[in-house]
Design a protein around this ligand. Structure first.
Ligand code: DHB
Ligand code: MG
Length: 222
């Protein structure tokens, strides 16, 4: 049996991605553009991007809200999975990231299916109130604000809306109530909300792979 090392998780992730996901010019160009621009390499893995696209399809989502665009990699995955009249609204706080994401989304031929809103979630989210509800919400931004983002997901969704939260494993630190590791307290607060707030029905799965040891929470609005 192989040892459970990051190197071996990566080998297995690469094998699964090669077998199930394959290669895609637009997605690889988006990654190259964000690497070139020096953005942190913290986008979702190819297998996780495929999971997001499958969740969009399984849920029949037409309107997707993403909080945390980075360079648009996950955005492209989800936008691709939408029907022709579908829309991703994606929120990004860093102007440089938003600029790179907009360019990659346009190169992927998805400019009409994606709106990149520049600003911090707390400022941009209230402006989305009153529009049609979102069918799927992907939260992948500053972890300190996860409870705020989850509250907005509940307000901007409808019963049946799928809510996905990235990075809920945090190298195992998430189980340590005293941890001061980056993002852990915000992640824990978000998970506590998912467990206690009657608007959500949620679970979470740990993941290992190219991004190390982490996890993803998946919830539905009640
Ligand atoms: C970090 C953020 C992410 O969204 C991620 O997927 C991995 C790491 C971070 O801030 O360290
Ligand atoms: Mg993430």
């Amino acid at each position: 049996m192989a040892e459970p090392t990051k190197q071996n998780w990566t080998t297995v992730d690469d094998y699964l991605a090669e077998t199930l996901v394959g290669h895609d010019a637009a997605l690889e160009a988006a990654l190259a553009a964000q690497r070139e621009a020096g953005l942190p390499a913290i986008e979702v893995s190819p297998l996780a991007g495929k999971l997001l696209s499958l969740l969009v399809r399984i849920s029949g989502a037409r309107r997707v809200l993403e909080i945390g665009t980075l360079g648009g990699y996950s955005t492209i995955w989800m936008a691709r999975a939408l029907p022709a009249d579908g829309l991703v609204v994606t929120i990004e706080a860093e102007p440089r990231n938003a600029e790179i994401a907009r360019a990659s989304i346009a190169t992927a031929g998805l400019a009409e299916r994606v709106e990149v809103r520049l600003g911090r979630g707390e400022h941009v989210l209230p402006a989305l109130e009153g529009a049609e509800p979102f069918d799927l919400v992907f939260i992948d931004a500053d972890k300190e604000s996860n409870t705020l983002y989850l509250d907005w997901a509940a307000r901007l969704g409808r019963p049946g809306t799928v809510v996905v939260v990235d990075n809920v494993g945090r190298d195992g630190d998430v189980a340590d109530p005293a941890s001061d590791a980056h993002g852990v307290q915000g992640t824990r607060a978000g998970l506590a909300l998912l467990g206690e707030d009657p608007r959500f029905d949620a679970t979470a799965l740990q993941t290992v792979g190219v991004k190390g040891w982490d996890g993803v929470a998946i919830a539905v609005l009640v």
